[in-house]
Design a protein around this ligand. Sequence first.
Ligand code: ZN
Length: 169
Amino acid sequence: MPGHVPDGSPWVPDQEWVKRTRGGRAVDRRTTETARRVLAGQRRALSVRRPWANLLFTGKTVENRSWATTHRGELVVHGGQAWAPTGVTLAAQLGITGFDAQAACPGGYLGTVRLVDIHPATGCCAPWGQQEPGTYHWVQADPRLFEQPVPGRGRLGLYWLPADLLPSG
Ligand SMILES: [Zn+2]
């Protein structure tokens, strides 16, 4: 069910835009809507299970998803409530320490990365890329943590954050 940003306009997960605009003239509307939100200071966010979310700021360069988006550029990373033991296992195998306890892996809005590419998994992007059929690799660069995590709930899909929720860094 869609929520609302403070100015009253509905937020729409990006996949829905893609579906709605496929082959249609709504493309212009989407572009206009995106421009309006960017100008208003809204930012794109993605909620990621912990510790995967936390690891994005310590060397993890690929996020695995079963869907793609046309968005490129800044992505605010949200550490979700859910805990992924597989993330603990992989971090340990790679010798990355400090991510084995939930207490050490904060949730909420953690920081930003730059989404630079999305492509289907084809045996690439080791060790972070998963290879299950239908997986997309979201390749990320320039991780920047906020000074402190910003409390807040995540949402499904790629979503817009209100301009006043986060620090500008
Ligand atoms: Zn890849």
